[in-house]
Design a protein. Structure first.
Lengths: 186, 186
DNA sequence: TCGCACATGTAACGCGTTACATGATTAC
DNA sequence: GTAATCATGTAACGCGTTACATGTGCGA
């Protein structure tokens, strides 16, 4: 029975960088959404569970109004749990790319519709590429001396190179669809 | 409340190619697992639901032993449902690439461990690439006149070009890790 | 005779998503 | 003043995965 829940590792991971609030963890994880998406609703319950198990601790920063902000830190036990997981081989990925499923069955609708889908994907790719390159530039200047930097750059490159390849694919696919369009018109 | 369930469209889609049994649908969907993974346990219940709603029909092929094999066909109503979905813009993908999450937090373990993970990914990429190229060759000879062919080739190319890009990334990442390794030894 | 492919299903369980609830502070 | 951001949580719901159950026919 292989546990599928990886949310706790994502949380332990960001806390291994430095202590922060649940809200900040959410924000951090949004920055890596191009390869890891995490649901908002999972963060707080998982954090509570991790605290109960002693993998993280927290300090409540009581603010003047009585509401509190919790700053979580990873414990030694938490670090062990994290590194144990990091050493394990990654389980295989299960992909679901909806727009490719639509394209796969694209013969059921007009070429124009498929062209639109690919153009939409092309646009998204382009946006992503720009965003990732901006993050890269920021990291290079602001995290110059972090031991995490090389790892962060690698994952960013994965996104950037992947986007580049997808752009090239879009252009190729669009050409193929133009051909389909011309054939269907005859 | 956007419905997340896409299993029915995957099923309707394969039935739009030609009628087949639930088991055969499962097999067909396994062929596209590089961009769409479907759970075995979802097929039969979904198929039953689709039949109840009149989107598919089936003929029971009673075999000598009394056990039956159901051959499902898509109905006119089912085709409408499918094409309606095909026309809609695809919703954004939620990725979870576990090995990238490990790499992102890679500074917590030795470079060697990260190198192993990437080498494992490189191997999987290579295998995938070979498999997809084989499928491509088969399609080109066996589905020469199918109206689906251009669409199937496009999705295959997505996989092949993606694998190519990932291989290039692996080599780049491995070089970067060698550098990290040398620095940490000093 | 052993195992694999064919063939159809059910049940448990929990993860993941979305929406909801609440309220302070800050910026425009 | 009003909208966005910071901040922490809860609840509902259903999808997705895994394991289980059952049985035939065929090839090595």
């Amino acid at each position: 029975m292989p546990k599928t829940n990886k949310t706790l590792y994502a949380i332990l991971g960001v806390l291994s960088i430095h202590p922060m609030s649940g809200y900040a963890i959410r924000q951090e994880l949004k920055h890596v959404s191009f390869f890891w998406s995490e649901s908002d609703g999972q963060i707080y319950p998982t954090l509570a569970k991790l605290a109960k198990e002693g993998l993280v601790t927290f300090k409540s920063m009581n603010k003047a109004d009585g509401r509190d902000k919790k700053i979580y830190s990873i414990t030694k036990k938490g670090m062990e749990e994290l590194t144990d997981w990091l050493k394990e081989e990654a389980t295989t990925r299960n992909f679901r790319i909806e727009f490719l499923l639509k394209l796969f069955f694209g013969a059921n609708v007009s070429p124009e519709i498929n062209i639109e889908h690919i153009q939409a994907d092309r646009y998204q790719c382009k946006m992503l590429q720009v965003k990732l390159q901006e993050i890269k530039a920021t990291l290079l200047s602001e995290e110059k001396d972090s031991p995490h930097l090389p790892f962060w750059l690698m994952t960013l490159d994965y996104g950037i190179m992947g986007a580049e390849a997808r752009l090239a694919w879009c252009d190729k696919a669009l050409k193929a669809l133009e051909k389909v369009k011309n054939l269907s018109k005859k």
